[in-house]
Design a protein. Sequence first.
Length: 168
Amino acid sequence: MKLTPIDKTRYRRHLNAVFIGCALVLAAASLAVAQLLIALFPSPDDSHFHWNLLGVVLSALAIGWGLDKFRHHPFLAEVVYVWELKQRLNKISRKLRSIEAAARRGDKNAMLALQFSYAGSRQLWQLDDNTLVMDELAVKQAELDRLAEQHGLVLDPEDYHEQMLAPF
């Protein structure tokens, strides 16, 4: 995955539209499905919890299917990009201790993974206005830069690919 610039305003607008749309569809479809099931399969007791729950589950599955089907639509481009970036960063953070240890030993792939993680995190935090930890990230980036210079490496986050995480 390559890091690409994202228009923050467009991303926020589209993300909000997707969230609101999903919430409205979930509410309406859940009620409609539950009412249909209750009408088709009446129950002598007053509790229709299982039909309501099934309505929510079926509606959530339909929303998931719809989002997957339209994931390549231009409207969802920024939202899908950020979602995939978060998945990649999560894979790195699950192995962070091993990666950091390998980077201290001079492993180029570990340093590239950290470089990608720092650049991706910086982009995400700027998109979400989460600037509280940017100073901490700058310190880690400076430490990584010193380590790369010490080992004579030039780190470009574009050189990172997910297969580099396999040894960790």
